[in-house]
Design a protein around this ligand. Structure first.
Ligand code: ATR
Length: 273
């Protein structure tokens, strides 16, 4: 019998998740269906209940339901404990298991797809909202413990939120700064996890922020954001978040099916759509 999965959000029409998971299923021969469901803003829990009753095996969760997804769960991957937000739910043995695959997705895209090693690098993460929380703790735990000289600075317009997030990461080489404090510093990898791309606004970054050969990574995809244009103009290598999208989906697929899809042909296809 075909196992059913879905992505739930509001709005959901823009989502590429169905396309990605169907390509994964075709490639791996896994017998699954995957659809996009728009839940009413006040109807997320009811939608999850319906899916479980109908025998779905799991779902992805996107804006604005990631925190609610976390709150509904009965068991958790360690990576969701700080962000308190889940993008992947697995329904198993009558309970809901919550995961957040964004951090792993980001790291795989940078290290494997873009071939940029993060070992020993100075990393700047901009933003301290939902998107940043999902990845900051992962960078801290996966990377900083393995690579003694890597550092992570979190910067945010509301600097107190950056300090809070840095504290939550619970690692000595993670610190927080305001944008003003960044003047005179350089980073090897600069990640934009703010929502500024949506409003075409720009973070007040000094043009000297990029170390020679730096990677500027915008977690947004589908458009050239002001941050990407700025980084390009100041000599950085620029990447958008499409690879992260595919990698976080692959990690969700692995959690559900125990099979790791090959992301390269899927990413290539999406780039050419
Ligand atoms: P998301 O889920 O996309 O992270 P969010 O939780 O609302 O959305 O967080 C938005 C992030 O973008 C925050 O870090 C926000 O900074 P503040 O915490 O100071 O609000 C950041 N952001 C949004 N607009 C910005 C702007 N014009 N300049 C700088 N940062 C901005």
């Amino acid at each position: 019998m075909t196992d059913k999965y879905a992505v739930i959000g509001n709005p959901i029409s823009h989502s590429k998740s169905s396309l990605i998971h169907r390509m994964f299923a075709e490639q791996t021969g896994e017998d699954i269906s995957y659809e996009a469901i728009e839940a009413p803003l006040d109807g997320f829990a009811a939608t999850i209940e319906r899916l479980r009753t109908e025998g779905y095996k799991g779902c992805n969760v996107t804006v604005p339901f990631k925190e609610q997804a976390y709150n509904l769960a009965g068991s958790f991957g360690s990576e969701v404990m700080v962000a308190h937000a889940a993008n992947t739910l697995k329904f198993q043995d009558g309970r809901i298991e919550a995961h957040n695959t964004d951090g792993v997705g980001l790291l795989r895209d940078i290290e494997q797809n873009l071939q940029v090693s993060l070992r020993g690098k100075q990393i700047l993460l901009m933003g301290a909202g939902g998107a940043a929380k999902g990845v900051a703790t992962q960078i801290a735990s996966l990377l900083l413990h393995k690579s003694p000289s890597t550092t992570l600075v979190i910067a945010n317009r509301t600097v107190e939120k950056a300090h809070e997030l840095a504290r939550a990461c619970n690692a000595t080489r993670v610190s927080a700064q305001s944008y003003e404090e960044l003047v005179g510093q350089q980073f090897d990898v600069v990640i934009n996890a703010t929502s500024t791309g949506l409003s075409d606004s720009m973070i007040p970054l000094p043009g000297t922020i990029f170390a020679p050969g730096a990677l500027a990574y915008d977690m947004m995809y589908g458009r050239e954001t002001p941050f990407m244009a700025f980084a390009r103009a100041h000599g950085a290598r620029v990447a958008d978040g499409l690879g992260m999208l595919v990698e976080q989906a692959a990690e969700a697929f692995f959690i559900w099916r125990g099979v790791r899809p090959d992301t390269r042909p899927v990413l290539e296809k999406l780039r050419n759509v």
